[in-house]
Write a protein that binds this ligand. Structure first.
Ligand SMILES: [Ca+2]
Length: 432
């Protein structure tokens, strides 16, 4: 073999297996796991997201690691784009930002485009993507603009991109809906899908004073079920509206003949509480706020597989690189989900959660510990038997041991992630 043919041969055998696949990455805003029909909520109408669940792999316990300020969207999205854990992501500036996901994909032959919400630190969308649709702010004043409803605009631009695409290179299309984030405004026909008298609230929604450990709430005390039902109605209506537009985007992909050659990701940046544990907001570590849907549909990957292992939402970044056979940069600390999807392996023994200096959490073997260092309060839940976190198990001798073990694991995570808050000062009694 001549040197040139050897070179060509090596190029062919080492060509990434899936690098020619397009990527459609849809991200919603503040959408909890409760708003996906296929995740078990028969009251919500999400046929298109459900279709992705049926055709792909979904993670029903995917967590946002936390936030460094009450704006939870920003850390979640910064972690997603750069793949660094929370406290390292906090240090990202426009000057020191490592390569972001769209840049890595561009380097590997992708044409990159985004439309919708931008709310991340580091570089600007103009620096990260080849071209842009309308970039929406993190917080809209209204969804109703001269050009139409923002959910419709975002979808329309994604569809136009697909229809007009005539490049040989694969594309990375990032579609970031503002929905269902406040201000929750949509058309009456979507509200009509959810009459408030039919809305069932989870068992952890109890009327009375707000949770005193949670500072940021979107309601005033006392918490009323009536108010929460109307929030759920608005939220579900926003989600169903978005789901219809997602259906339109998927139809456009099918019409273009590229649906089966496209990796489709659907996720949200984090969830939200509508009264659960006395919280009407998202700056807390309770399950409705820290978890969100994560769905991956990819050629060659399992279909209709639901995985319950706890993972981070931002694990999707290295997963995508892994799927495309692109080397994960050293700057990426999140972990690929492929070992879990393909070999049912465990990639972590516990999950760490943090909200600035306000709250810390750890989940290990279904036991979840939440700490409030400012008040010294502490909550322990068994998520296997009590998924809505209604029974705080602190106080018994058995639970003291569990708390000590969980605290040790939490401290390990603190060291690993550069978390400086001193828990020994407040919770000394529990350290062995
Ligand atoms: Ca958000």
């Amino acid at each position: 073999m001549k040197p040139l043919s050897i070179f060509v041969f090596i190029l062919i055998i080492s060509a990434p297996l899936r690098a020619q696949y397009n990527i459609l990455f849809i991200e919603s805003d503040d959408q909890s796991n409760q708003t996906v029909g296929a995740f078990g909520n028969s009251a919500i109408n999400t046929p298109n997201i459900d279709q992705l669940v049926h055709e792909g792999v979904s993670f029903t316990s995917a967590y946002n690691m936390g936030c460094w300020s009450p704006a939870v969207c920003v850390p979640s999205r910064t972690m997603l784009f750069y793949g660094k854990y929370l406290w390292d992501s906090e240090k990202i500036t426009p000057q020191n930002a490592p390569k972001a996901l769209p840049e890595l994909l561009k380097e590997n032959g992708y044409t990159t485009y985004m439309t919708g919400k931008w709310h991340a630190w580091g570089k600007k969308p103009t620096q990260l993507f080849d071209s842009l649709g309308t970039i929406q702010p993190g917080q809209l004043k209204t969804y109703y603009t001269q050009e139409g409803h923002v959910t419709d605009i975002t979808a329309k631009e994604a569809i136009r991109f697909i229809q007009d695409y005539d490049n040989e290179k694969p594309f990375f299309l990032y579609v970031a809906f503002n929905a269902p984030h406040v201000p929750r405004q949509t058309d009456q026909r979507y509200y009509d899908l959810y009459p408030t008298d039919k809305i069932k609230l989870p068992p952890s929604v109890i009327e009375g004073p707000l949770n005193k450990n949670i500072v940021y709430n979107y309601t005033s005390a006392p918490l009323r079920k009536k108010t929460m039902r109307s929030r759920v109605q608005q939220n579900n209506a926003m989600v169903s509206h978005m789901d219809e537009r997602i259906g339109d985007i998927l139809m456009a992909l099918k019409a273009s003949g590229t649906y089966d050659k496209t990796i489709i990701i659907f996720m949200s940046d984090h969830g939200i509480n509508f009264g659960e544990n006395g919280v009407a907001g998202k700056v807390c570590l309770y399950e409705p706020s820290v978890t969100a849907p994560l769905i991956i549909k990819a050629p060659g990957l399992a279909q209709g597989k639901k995985l319950h292992q706890r993972v981070y939402l931002q694990d999707i970044t290295p997963t995508l690189l892994d799927l495309l056979d692109i080397k994960k940069p050293k700057t990426v600390s999140f972990k690929s989900l492929l070992p879990i999807i393909e070999k049912n392996k465990r990639t972590r023994s516990s999950l760490y959660l943090a909200m600035f200096d306000d709250q810390r959490g750890i989940i290990s073997k279904d036991k979840k510990l939440i700490l409030y260092p400012k008040s010294g309060d502490l909550e322990l839940y068994d998520l296997a038997t009590d998924p809505w976190e209604t029974k705080n198990l602190t106080g018994s001798e058995a639970s003291e041991k569990t708390i000590s073990t969980l605290l040790d694991e939490l401290v390990d995570w603190q060291e690993k992630t550069g978390d400086k808050i001193d828990l020994k000062k407040t919770y000394n009694h529990y350290f062995k």
